[in-house]
Design a protein around this ligand. Structure first.
Ligand code: FES
Length: 158
């Protein structure tokens, strides 16, 4: 973790109060996750115990303590998606990427997550890769999407 980049981020918060969460957000934006050394630096900067910084970082689901992939694959497992084959979609994604849910590929290209509900139940089952939605996805479309053939998906089955 380049220390100069971290110090630059922290300098923005110099003299400000209550900046822990925005600070964690900025560090995560910069590095893609919250490196352990960064948590220690933040604690020192704020003059608080590392355990306090760590407990905030682990409390919020949107903070990550390990390096994640360049692309985030999220498969919905909410009720509507589950009923319409969400489990098969998730298992296929796991198979394509060679990782389990919550893991990142060895080349740090993809991370795979299951989510409770993406708020678009009419499109179930739903998979999202970064900001791209794959509505009413089938296992065949998962294979295509995760093999870098996402462009072909929309025309299929129409
Ligand atoms: S259950 Fe999947 S989008 Fe709502």
């Amino acid at each position: 973790m380049p220390e100069a980049r971290l110090k630059k981020i922290l300098s923005v918060f110099e003299g400000k109060r209550g900046g822990l969460i925005p600070m964690l957000q900025r560090v995560q934006e910069e590095f893609g996750y919250l490196p352990e050394e960064a948590l220690a630096e933040i604690a020192e900067f704020l003059h608080v115990p590392v355990s306090q910084v760590f407990s905030v970082a682990t409390f919020y689901a949107h903070f990550y303590l390990t390096r994640r992939g360049d692309h985030l694959v999220r498969v919905c497992q909410g009720t509507a998606c589950h009923i319409r084959g969400g489990q098969d979609v998730l298992e296929t994604a796991q198979h394509c990427l060679g990782i389990k849910t919550g893991e990142t590929t060895a080349d740090y290209k993809y991370s795979l997550e299951r989510v409770a509900c993406l708020g678009s139940c009419a499109l179930a089952p739903l998979m999202v890769v970064d900001d791209i939605l794959y509505p009413k996805i089938t296992t065949g479309k998962v294979v295509k999407a995760l093999s870098g053939k996402a462009d072909d998906i929309e025309d299929e089955d129409q």
